[in-house]
Design a protein around this ligand. Structure first.
Ligand SMILES: [Zn+2]
Length: 338
């Protein structure tokens, strides 16, 4: 199998060609979409065979403009080569792809997490010959504390504010992080309100009966009905933005809210100051450095390609640990065909 980057991640077998997570609308004979984050989905549904999960298919319908029906498959076969998906533990519907053929076994993780967060099935690595792994946090600077401990600490802080009639705003990306936050914190208040972006995705998940949604009121409705003025013990879920943003400045001024950010980048110094938030917690829908290394060890491949984020750094760290590893770059095209 040849692995290379040409506008997108490409894998060529003897008698098949695959493109992974292509955002462009070029023609590829077969494509795989690992999950529905915007940097992994096409601008237009291609007229070709598509491997993706049923949940990602539903999300694609809603996120791709001028959606046209595609030819979807959960698993796929070309002669003796099989293409199968397994949960990647990143967001609702996210999967990794496993290709097995006479040429060997390849695993493409897409975005991945092997941590147990209580509601998504974590990625479980399996032995393979070639591993294409994301490296968003592929630097030893990004080692997160135990998930359960971080959640407990945040729960205590949130509860303390609510008991003192101080409303809280919990910020995290509306698809992926938000569902983790609902799962961990929504039980702390009877008054759950969502920003429009969160509300839209939550309603879709609710309607499609996809795990990760909760009953909630839209922010506009809560504001217009004076719900936010009448109650104090509310939780508002919003996307993650700077606390200096107009909307958050307004919330602080009007309701004296406390801002909580949830992101892997919170491990960096001065994060609270830079983002003008009251509290931040390092939880992520991506694997941290240790998880990434562990996935590589358990997969024990002959060759690793790193993609997204700290590709060069992570590939170098893996080489130090005895793996054959290179960042997937345009250069790989030359290497792979020589
Ligand atoms: Zn993602």
């Amino acid at each position: 199998m040849k692995v290379f980057l040409s506008k997108t991640i490409r894998v060529n077998g003897n008698n098949w060609k695959l493109a992974c997570d292509s955002t462009n609308s070029q023609y590829y004979p077969l494509v795989f979409y690992s999950h529905a984050h915007s940097d992994h989905i096409p601008r237009k549904i291609p007229k070709t065979d598509i491997i993706t999960s049923p949940t990602t298919k539903i999300l694609l319908k809603n996120f791709v403009k001028n959606y046209e029906e595609g030819n979807y498959f959960e698993s796929y076969t070309v002669d003796s080569t099989t293409f199968k998906q397994k949960p990647s533990g990143h967001i609702v519907g996210s999967t990794a792809l496993i290709i097995e053929s006479s040429e060997g076994k390849l695993v493409y993780t897409g975005d991945v997490s092997s941590r147990d967060k209580g509601f998504l099935e974590p990625f479980s690595p399996e032995k393979c010959d070639i591993l294409i792994i994301e490296s968003t946090f592929g630097s030893p600077d990004y080692i997160f504390p135990a998930y359960g401990n971080v959640i407990k600490e945040a729960q205590e802080q949130i509860s303390e504010y609510l008991e003192n009639d101080i409303p809280v705003v919990l910020m995290g990306y509306a698809l992926g992080k938000a569902q983790m936050l609902y799962n961990a914190f929504s039980h702390l208040s009877d008054n759950i309100v969502m920003h429009g972006s969160n509300y839209k995705i939550n309603s879709l998940l609710l309607e499609e009966k996809i795990k990760g949604s909760i009953p909630a009121m839209a922010y506009t409705e809560a504001k217009e009905s004076n719900f936010l003025d009448q109650k104090n013990q509310w939780i508002l879920f919003t996307p993650l933005k700077s606390g200096r943003d107009f909307f958050f400045s307004y919330l602080k001024k009007k309701y004296d809210v406390k801002l909580f950010a949830f992101t892997g980048w919170a491990i960096s110094d001065n994060y609270n100051y830079r983002m003008a938030v009251d509290h931040s917690y390092p939880i992520s829908d991506h694997a941290d450095y240790n998880e990434l290394v562990e996935i590589c060890k358990l997969s024990n491949p002959d060759q690793i390609y790193t993609i997204y984020g700290y590709t060069t750094r992570f590939a170098a760290e893996l080489r130090k640990q005895g793996f054959s590893s290179i960042p997937l770059s345009k250069q790989t095209i030359l290497d792979s065909f020589l």
